[in-house]
Design a protein around this ligand. Structure first.
Ligand code: IVH
Length: 679
């Protein structure tokens, strides 16, 4: 066996902690500071070290999330303490009855304790065992006493810490919570299943439960599963906190994701009001499924006094269930919308139905393949769900309710808006209208141009744009800047004041930075982030227009597909004419936040290590990038210099070893201000 050099062992430890930090920032805090590219680079560096020196592998290494062998069956796992279920309360009266039953046992103590209220996540329950802060086992709920050992699968879920953060971890502890699939991940996963000819999952809960019970962990690893913790128990049945609220704070400090929107409530009325807001306001924007709220007695001392009913449900908690967010209704028709890129999107025209408190009439059906995979037919009765931003969503037909008159559906061969031929490109699942001047495309293009992340024109709604197009006042986005107050007031439902406001908003949009304009133009493959990278790099539209596809692709973060799409756009005479029209209207063509092409750090590759006295890591990186420099996560001979702060790690050693210059924050600031040539 090879002897492990001390520096390599140190580097492995540093990489492990940096990767764990990055995963925590990405998955739990939702505030990544490391790019995907840098993450992969560090990950591979650690993998390489561990392959060369297997003795450096540890249980909690981020490289050990995946790669376990396929199993033939799951072992059974006995829970430390029984996993309970919850009684339900369907309205405020039942919540009040819950409080009264508590008062009968503990009297006034409940009013001193109060409640903690939490989202009831609609996923699959799981128990994680941590020994001295290291994840050792994960098991499904099973019958409450015994579940299945799904450790290898659970290790692939990136927001579950393999090692707890912070200190003071109990020697042995079971953390309980819910594994779930966000709606966006659920849809992506089902789209992939459709593409692979596999049956789709009916809902995120089934998909989460199914994913957890895969015998091949590499399949689970591909599923975008997430986790929220809500409880913890020690072997003697006690809890490592005094109140439920404190427990959630503690779990969170240990790096366990805890669901948002939790609250402390003094009275059951407050708990009811919270549940009402969650059901009617919060729920639709959550992005993951909940089926209610959970009201828990806050003080564990009071919980203990209340105890468990029939060894099954606690007297100290209740699930305040919400109206189901699923309904069955008739699919009257499948219609097609034409997007700004010409993409044809089929959507369901439903018999209006109440789903989770809102009337649903339309739902996207995504593409023809999905319709075929679900075997949706016009006239079918269908299951409809509503939750999160990505829905309403048609789960599938109810075949038992078919009369035999339902009609299978096919994507039209002519564009429903302009009659031009429809085509598919390569193995793309979508069909496209081939007419660049298709009125359907114009509408969607203008909606995109005016949208929040693009030119952000307040008051220019979908309906308003439709009106402007119908009246022949605009054909493209440049025409917007010609629209007058008099023209607007001549249209229906346009008061003088709102016409004035809209024109003012359009005029103000001329000052939006180039990055927003570029995004708003709707160039294929150019999202808000790519637009920002390009705008910051080139600084002006003219500089960008003269760049070759190669030069565009040289911008960090811009791939070949985006580069050639942008180059193709600037080559198109129609696009050029449009840009000239925008220029004549005085629309801003430059980027105030541009990287200095000739900045103090242009061409320099700079590494950051340790804690700087005043700048955060993100601030230091932004400063360097603005001044033209590039951040690197590892030190090599090519590194221009290293900025080191307190507790600098092995990057500093490496810099000294290679003779790479090391500077401190003060000098960085001085050089960034142009005080000294950096390169
Ligand atoms: S507490 C005795 N809190 O709901 C306490 N459960 O219907 C046991 N669930 O099996 C559960 N979110 O899987 C609790 N914030 C939350 C929850 C939650 C979802 C699930 C859990 C449990 C089921 C009970």
């Amino acid at each position: 066996m090879s002897v492990v050099p001390v520096a390599t062992a140190q580097r492995a430890a540093e990489l492990r902690s940096e990767l764990a930090r990055a995963q925590h920032e990405y998955y739990v805090l939702d505030q990544p500071t490391l790019s995907d590219l840098d993450y992969d680079r560090l990950f591979r560096e650690l993998q390489a070290i561990e392959t060369e020196y297997p003795s450096l592998q540890t249980e909690d290494s981020p490289t050990h999330r995946v790669g376990a062998p396929v199993q033939s069956a799951f072992q059974s796992h006995r829970h430390l303490v029984r996993m309970l279920s919850l009684d339900n309360a369907f309205d405020q009266a039942e919540l009040v009855a819950f409080e009264q039953s508590i008062e009968r046992v503990v009297g006034d103590a409940i009013h001193k304790s109060g409640y903690t209220v939490e989202l009831k996540i609609d996923g699959a329950a799981i128990a994680l065992t941590y020994r001295d802060g290291v994840l050792v086992t994960a098991a499904t709920r099973g019958d409450g006493t015994e579940g299945e050992d799904v450790t290898l699968n659970i290790r692939t879920i990136r927001d579950i810490p393999l090692r707890l953060r912070g200190e003071g971890h109990p020697p042995l502890m079971e953390v309980r919570g819910e594994v779930y699939l966000p709606f966006a991940g659920f849809e992506r996963m089902n789209e992939a299943r459709v593409a692979a000819g596999e049956p789709v999952y009916v809902n995120p809960r089934n998909a989460a439960a199914g994913s957890m019970r895969q015998l091949d962990p590499s399949i689970t690893a591909q599923r975008p599963l997430r986790f929220f913790g809500y409880a913890a128990v020690l072997p003697d049945g006690s809890v490592p906190a005094r109140t439920q609220w404190e427990l959630l704070e503690t779990l969170s400090a240990w790096g366990i994701p805890v669901a948002p929107h939790r609250q402390r409530c003094h009275t059951i009325e407050e708990a009811g009001a919270w549940a009402h807001t969650i059901e009617h306001e919060t729920r639709a924007a959550l992005g993951f499924a909940i089926d209610g709220g959970v009201v828990k007695v806050n003080a564990f001392s009071v919980q203990d006094e209340l105890g468990i009913r029939n060894d099954r449900t606690p007297r100290w908690a209740v699930a305040r269930k919400f109206a189901p967010d699923m309904a069955v209704t008739r699919l009257n028709k499948i219609d097609v919308n034409v997007g700004r890129t010409g993409v044809l999107t089929p959507f369901a025209v439903l018999e209006p139905v109440d789903v989770g408190g809102a009337t649903v009439t339309y739902a996207s059906l995504h593409n023809a393949d999905q319709i075929a995979a679900k075997d949706l037919r016009e006239g079918d009765y269908v299951q409809v769900v509503r939750a999160g931003d990505v829905i309403p969503y048609v789960l599938g037909p109810v075949p038992e309710r078919r009369s035999g008159h339902e009609v299978p559906w096919q994507i039209p061969t002519a564009c429903p808006k302009c009659g031009s031929p429809v085509t598919r490109y390569g193995d793309d699942v979508a069909s496209y209208c081939t007419n660049v001047a298709c009125p359907g495309r114009q509408l969607e293009g203008l909606v995109h141009f005016a949208s929040k992340d693009a030119m952000d024109i307040d008051g220019l709604s979908y309906a308003r744009i439709q009106q402007l197009l119908d009246a022949g006042l605009v054909h493209d986005c440049a025409d917007l800047f010609d629209v007058t107050v008099a023209q607007l007031t001549s249209l229906e439902r346009f008061a003088q004041k709102s016409a004035e406001n809209l024109v003012a908003a359009i005029v103000a949009a001329k000052q939006q930075p180039l990055s927003r304009l570029l995004f708003g133009l709707g160039i294929r493959h150019v999202g808000a982030q790519a637009a920002q990278l390009l705008a910051r790099h080139f600084g002006s539209l003219d500089a960008m227009m003269t760049a070759t596809a190669q030069q565009l692709g040289d911008v960090r973060g811009i791939g070949d597909i985006i580069a050639s799409s942008v180059a193709g756009y600037f080559d198109d005479p129609t696009a050029r004419a449009l840009l000239e029209k925008l220029r004549t209207h005085g629309v801003r063509f430059d980027e105030p936040n541009a990287v200095q092409a000739d900045g103090p750090f242009t061409g320099a590759t700079i590494a950051l290590t340790g804690t700087l006295p005043t700048l955060s890591r993100g601030e230091a990186a932004a400063l360097i990038e603005k001044a033209g420099g590039r951040i690197t996560s590892s030190v090599s001979k090519k590194t221009t210099f290293v900025v080191a702060g307190e507790e600098a790690g092995s990057k500093l050693d490496k810099a000294r070893e290679l003779g790479v210059p090391v500077i401190d924050e003060a000098e960085l600031l001085q050089r960034a201000a142009g005080g000294d040539g950096a390169t």
